[in-house]
Design a protein around this ligand. Structure first.
Ligand SMILES: O=C(O)C(=O)C[C@]1(C(=O)O)C=C[C@@H](O)C=C1
Length: 375
């Protein structure tokens, strides 16, 4: 089911001419000179549609630089006046919203640490009621699509129709090359549920490493995301926050120059025909896969009944182990990715267990339901 969001196109609130759409600026506004000088260099590139800067910074531990605060809004005003770049800041409280709007900030964003908390998001949404300002909502720090959607809905329900989502990656305790795991599935999930909602990628926070920004940006564009938000600092080596993931405005241009822009629409009729032919083949194979799965589940059901009559446990570790080994080896020989094969088999096995659990407990569940209805 699609989400019921009331959204205006991106082009109604930000300059979308030069692709990819780029929002750039320092992680934090540190000094007036640093912010204004960075803004001038970014404006000079001719590629940037809005200037971002953190004024209020949520830090994990106390004692770190928590943002320059409201004074930074004055610097942003000056940066905008001198460069013509619209400005964007993160807001985390109703007071931030009020101050940012009073200072004429053009775009607001809700950070990942705020998106996790519906109370915070609602407070921000209430402060936005009756205001016509674009708002971008970053994904929550934890990989929970519902929380992300919930935050977007709260802001949208407050009357904000100039809305976008920002994909900045998710916390994970697993060791990884990234600061925040992209978990692309969640971004694809959001795009599938709300195709009209602009989705902007934040490769700076995903990578935590300027050398990987180009790679993630390309992948985001190939997944049909509408723009990029990249942290850029006049001199990243002395940045007060997130130094490793910031790039100079010159380096930013280099990254952008190397990106290949691809379109979701297929215009060439020859390409269209060839794609259609291949997609027809996929349709047939997918139907077969589903058919075979249904057949497999019928057998799983028979085994379930047999296990029930003979008091045999559902889980059969040795058999499962044998299946995993045999099938992954076979899949490997057919050049299928092992990780994919394992995930697929695990999914099938989980469904078998669900199905057999249902069979095992059918009578008990039925009796419990009877008791309830006759109580
Ligand atoms: O072989 C069984 O006992 C089954 O019930 C089938 C099946 C499977 O889906 O392949 C399901 C559960 C068991 O843990 C092992 C295998």
């Amino acid at each position: 089911m699609k989400l019921n969001l009331n959204i205006q196109p991106l082009s109604s609130w930000i300059k979308t001419g030069s692709e990819p759409l780029l929002i750039a600026g320092p992680c934090s506004a540190e000094t007036e000179d640093q912010l204004v000088a960075t803004a001038h260099l970014l404006a000079k590139t001719g590629r940037v549609s809005a200037l971002r800067a953190g004024i209020w910074k949520p830090r994990t531990r106390p004692g770190e630089f928590e943002g320059i605060g409201s004074i930074g809004l004055e610097w942003l005003k000056r940066a905008k006046a001198e460069t013509g770049l619209p400005t964007a800041v993160e807001v985390a409280t109703a007071k931030h919203v009020e101050e940012a709007l009073k200072a004429g900030v053009d775009i607001l964003w809700v950070g990942a640490r705020s998106t996790v908390n519906p109370f915070t998001v609602q407070e921000i949404a209430d402060a936005l009621r009756g205001v016509d300002v674009p708002v971008m909502v970053k994904n929550p720090v934890n990989p929970d699509l519902s929380l992300w959607i919930g935050a977007l809905e709260r802001i949208n329900n407050a009357g904000i129709t100039k809305l976008a989502a920002i994909h900045r990656g998710f916390s994970s305790h697993e060791k990884s090359a990234f600061r925040n795991e992209p978990m692309w599935d969640l971004a694809i999930g959001l795009k599938t549920l709300a195709p009209e909602l602009p989705l902007i990628n934040d490769p700076s926070h995903i990578t935590g490493n300027r050398d990987l920004i180009g790679y993630i940006s390309q992948k985001a564009l190939d997944l049909d995301m509408q723009g990029l938000m990249i942290e850029s600092h006049i001199d990243p080596s002395v940045a007060w926050t997130d130094a490793k993931q910031q790039v100079t405005p010159d380096a930013l241009v280099e990254i952008i120059k190397h990106l290949t822009l691809r379109k979701p629409e297929i215009r060439n009729s020859e390409v269209k025909d060839k794609l259609e032919e291949l997609r027809n083949q996929i349709d047939k194979i997918d139907d077969l896969v589903i058919q075979k799965m249904a057949e497999r589940m019928k057998i799983v059901e028979q085994i379930g009944n047999y296990k029930k009559d003979n008091n045999i446990t559902i889980l059969q570790v040795n058999r499962w182990d044998e299946i995993l080994n045999k099938r992954t080896n076979y899949a490997k020989a057919l050049k299928l990715n092992t990780d994919f094969t394992e995930k697929l088999l695990e999914l099938i096995h989980a469904e078998s267990i669900r199905k057999q659990t249902e069979i095992m407990n059918k009578d008990e569940a039925g009796q419990a339901a009877d008791k309830l209805t006759h109580a």
